[in-house]
Write a protein that binds this ligand. Structure first.
Ligand code: TYD
Ligand code: MG
Length: 453
């Protein structure tokens, strides 16, 4: 009898190999090769009548769309990131570092949903019922429509989901679940993929919204195959600095909404609190009239947020000056110091430069270029900016200031918080001048070389 031919393929990148290897030579991932039967070369297959199934393409005019009904989570910040609420039958993956607050966020969501009449099943594979109760006690009273299960066997969980038929199910976390009859080890890439596919079927066929919690590895990607992110409808990332209490929820992928939106939360003793006006929080405790501190307006999705950019410039004691950033991109700082030295003649290349975005947010938007340069400039000169001033603008390599997105929205947010003058690109200044009240001072810059004056 002929031996059945098998091949090995990498569960991360999909490359095929004739024999097993510890590391995939294509994507360099370790232990990802899995065995599968060798498929027939497609040259042997007939061209037509392969599946016997009849299908018919249609034009978009004949497709009916109904606005997906959305269930509000009772948290405006979460609704915004989800694209307006929970879509029935959607599969959402919530990931983030351990201890960041994934379980807390989902528990609070479930509590709100249950209080508004939605039936919810919360399955935890990581914590005992007593541990869940301790957490719930910090958050507040839970309705009886919210049921809990501490279980890791996927089959038993699925039976309960099908019997109870709740509207929303939480699986905390997908890595702790195991499925009998599945190949591969519990928590391994193969099982995670099969469990997710299984939950996807339950979500779609039964119109139940499923939230999966996924761990991230130390490089910040969701543990398990990358395919997990492709399979689900929405991927949420919960991030934040463990030293600050602010947490940012971001949609990395969303089939039902924009991926640009963020939600801002604060971790308190009694659970997560929504931060509806992040600008005020980001600027709290900001020094006044200090050299090296500049308020920048950045856009997070459709939301303008004010952040404080701090810079410190001092004479270096080393042969090579040190440059460090916190909350923004180091390469950008390297470019900006070079541009600044060349265009303004300031000998900043010989100085140690440190840039910090206060408040624990990470901003990589190009509109931060001008505020960084102004903060460096102000620190170098030891002169604070005019009080109540904000800045935004992208700086190119010739030192020219370029337009940014949504200048008017940014100026309006700054006005709301009491700022009276704005430093921006001349082109943005011209485009919004007529729409801004006359008592707001707009300083348009064409090139950072103009700073010399
Ligand atoms: P948790 O939701 O368990 O994190 P994850 O599921 O992402 O691992 O959050 C754990 C952290 O949050 C823990 O360090 C304690 C803290 N916390 C509070 O500060 N306040 C609270 O009300 C709760 C419930 C947790
Ligand atoms: Mg948890």
């Amino acid at each position: 009898m002929a031996k059945e031919k098998t091949v090995f393929f990498c569960s991360e990148c999909g490359t095929e190999f004739p024999k097993w290897l510890g590391q995939c030579p294509a994507c360099k991932a370790w232990g990802t090769l899995v065995e599968a039967p060798k498929t027939k070369p497609s040259a042997d297959l007939p061209l037509g009548g392969l599946s016997g199934k009849k299908v018919k393409p249609v034009s978009l005019r004949d497709v009916d769309v109904t606005e997906e009904p959305r269930t509000k989570t009772g948290m405006e910040e979460l609704d915004r990131v989800l694209g307006g609420g929970i879509v029935a039958g959607s599969l959402v993956l919530a990931s983030g570092d351990p201890g960041i607050g994934k379980s807390t966020l989902l528990l609070q969501m479930c509590r709100n949903l249950a209080a508004n009449g939605t039936s919810v099943l919360y399955v935890s594979g990581e914590e005992s019922l007593a541990q869940i109760k301790l957490r719930a006690m910090r958050i507040g009273e839970c309705s009886d429509r919210l049921l809990f299960l501490s279980e890791t066997d996927m089959g038993a969980i699925a039976d309960q989901i099908l019997t109870l038929h709740p509207e929303v199910v939480i699986i905390d976390s997908v890595q702790t679940m195991s499925m009998t009859g599945s190949s591969g080890a519990p928590g391994g890439p193969v099982q995670i993929r099969e469990i997710t596919a299984y939950l996807m079927r339950i979500a779609k066929e039964e119109a139940i919204s499923v939230f999966l919690v996924g761990h991230v590895t130390k490089d910040g990607v969701v543990a398990g195959p990358k395919m997990l992110e492709h399979m689900v409808d929405t991927v949420l990332y919960f991030e934040g600095d463990s030293t600050t209490s602010y947490r940012i929820l971001r949609a990395v992928k969303n089939r039902f909404g924009s991926t640009n939106e963020i939600g801002v939360f604060e971790m308190r003793g009694d659970g997560l609190q929504e931060v509806l006006n992040p600008s005020e929080h980001m600027l709290r405790g900001m020094p006044e009239n200090e050299p090296g501190s500049v308020v920048a307006v950045t856009m997070e999705g459709t939301r303008p947020i004010l952040v404080e950019v701090q810079a410190l410039v001092c004479k270096t004691n080393y042969s090579q000056p040190r440059r460090t950033t916190a909350g923004t991109d180091l390469n950008r700082l390297n470019i900006l110091t070079a541009v600044m030295q060349r265009r303004t003649g300031v000998e900043i290349g010989q100085c140690d430069t440190y840039v910090n975005i206060a408040g624990g947010m990470r901003v990589t938007e190009p509109a931060l270029d001008l505020p960084i340069i102004l903060a460096l400039w102000s620190c170098y000169r030891n002169r604070p900016l005019e009080p109540h001033t904000v800045a935004f603008g992208e700086v190119g390599l010739t030192g020219e200031l370029r337009s940014v997105t949504q200048p008017l929205l940014r100026v309006r947010e700054a006005m709301k918080l009491g700022y009276r003058s704005v430093i921006l690109a001349q082109s943005d200044c011209d485009s919004i001048r007529s729409q801004v009240p006359a008592d707001i001072k707009l300083y348009g810059l064409r090139n950072i070389g103009d700073l010399k004056k």
